[in-house]
Design a protein around this ligand. Structure first.
Ligand SMILES: [Ca+2]
Ligand SMILES: [Ca+2]
Length: 168
């Protein structure tokens, strides 16, 4: 298995994902609502891990939901997890209520290992607006949940993104 940041960038390029820093996405979100693309993003931004959810309006009542994680465990640890059999990651979007409500699965599109970012993964799906409208006639609070089977210790880890609050 070839790993490393160059492969990761290659994968991202193939998938058409720009390696744009978070600031660039925030700028997109700051544009007027009339702009063709409006993205909302929320990230944990922690030292040990950065977990993000980005929701972009595609127009015609459809949204792209994107999750991303950098689990900074170094290259060797990340490679160990990637080399283990099976897909280590799964992703989903939840609605925040008195108890979290499962809204939709967000499939893994790429997994990579690098010294700087550790174990990284991206998840992307496209859904109709209604799937994000978790509180009818009210503001919606949604967040991403990423599960990782950490085969180094045989433990299941769960990472939650912060909430995006918006009227869908
Ligand atoms: Ca809610
Ligand atoms: Ca709503």
């Amino acid at each position: 298995m070839v790993t490393g940041s160059s492969l990761k960038r290659g994968l991202l390029k193939v998938l058409g994902i720009a390696m744009a820093p978070i600031a660039a996405l925030v700028l997109v979100g700051a544009q007027p609502a009339s702009a063709a693309t409006v993205a909302a993003q929320a990230c944990t931004g922690q030292v040990q891990q950065n977990v993000c959810v980005t929701i972009t309006s595609l127009g015609f009542g459809f949204y792209e939901v994107r999750l991303g994680i950098d689990f900074r465990i170094g290259l060797a640890g990340a490679q160990q997890i990637i080399n283990a059999p099976g897909e280590p990651f799964s992703g989903a979007l939840f609605g925040a209520d008195s108890s979290p409500e499962f809204l939709l699965g967000v499939p893994v599109t790429s997994v990579g290992a690098s010294e700087e970012s550790g174990l990284s993964a991206d998840f992307v799906t496209t859904v109709p607006r209604l799937w994000l409208d978790e509180d009818l006639n009210d503001r919606d609070e949604v967040f991403g949940k990423i599960r990782l089977l950490d085969s180094r210790f045989n433990v299941m880890r769960t990472f939650d993104t912060p909430q995006i609050q918006q009227f869908f």
